[in-house]
Design a protein around this ligand. Sequence first.
Ligand code: SF4
Length: 420
Amino acid sequence: MSAPATPGCRNLPVLRERGQREVFCGLTGIVWLHRRLQDAFFLVVGSRTCAHLIQSAAGVMIFAEPRFGTAILDERDLAGLADANEELDRVVAELLARRPDIRMLFLVGSCPSEVIKLDLRRAAERLGEVHRGVRIVNYSGSGIETTFTEGEDACLAALVPHCPAPTEERPRLLVVGTVADVVEDQFRRLFEAMGIGPVDWLPPRRTDQLPPIGPGTRILAAQPFIAETLRALEARGAALLSAPYPLGAEGSEAWLAAAARAWDVPTARFQDVVAAPAARARKAVSAHRERLEGRRIFFFPDSQLELPLARFLQDECGMQAVEVGTPYLHKGLMAAELPRLAGVQLSEGQDVERQLDRCRAAAPDLTVCGLGLANPLEAEGLTTKWAIELVFSPIHGFEQAGDLAELFTRPLTRRARLEV
Ligand code: SF4
């Protein structure tokens, strides 16, 4: 079923669709969150399906000692809630005895009915009393409540109450959304060179580095899928700096410029710091431009990164966005992106069959979609890019701009080879 399109400030209305969706659930976020939060463990309270999902999603991407697992509550536990709670307590006790390195344990809710009946918030409190020294936090990654990247949002929002109040009044910059460690290091150096700071990160690398939050906190969003977290941070007095996302040379420069304005960095100093990395980024992107220029791209809604990616591909690579679908359109978090996409057909939500029809009719050169749609579309002759790779790969910042462009040239090159 489609809701009527609503006209906005842009010259094309946003097509709002509510129908069958074809996306992963929020458990997927564990795949990148466990790599970032290096002393945390993610315990999915779920079924064999949940265990299978994160195992297969993470499968080839685990480089570290696994920091996630599943407490499987299957049919056995339907007998009684007490059994399920006991089973959970047993699994947690065993895990913490085996892994004394765990400093924070996330109990991640899922959608099997056995789990829905459990009150994981109370379980986290109860277990926190027993296992002192380990912080036990709960959030939901259930497919009923969350899609794909919303799992990270739920996780970060659950962390906010654990963040301390600042001990001093001076402003602090808070970068929100998981980025690769190498990306954090690069941005840190740039902020430092401009005299911007102190700078905190949510999520941090270690759970003892949870950032102080208060009225002096200025938020710079590194990822667009943080709506709940933003609400929780704003409730603590933090304020969002409006900026596009740091994708590509221009996106990264504009993102840094938003912080520079808030910290009154003189223009000359800003230019001094960003000129060289921005030039490197432009050069790296231009190496891919020839293959991308003039090509038409279609985004199915998946990661919530679709709008900033489309802006990058359009402005810096010369691609033409046919339709840009996104699961949710948060006007505040997209305020700096929307004007840059004037004239592009945006769609919010999904009615997958209708969208597939539009995609086939448009016959784009490249289609960005979830794993479930990629194979059938490839079989129909369309060239696809898995949206999930864009979340797993380091794509933010100047030094990654070339790699980001390459993620889009690769499927086109592969298809061209197949055709030869
Ligand atoms: S949380 Fe729900 S949608 Fe996700 S894997 Fe488990 S059962 Fe499937």
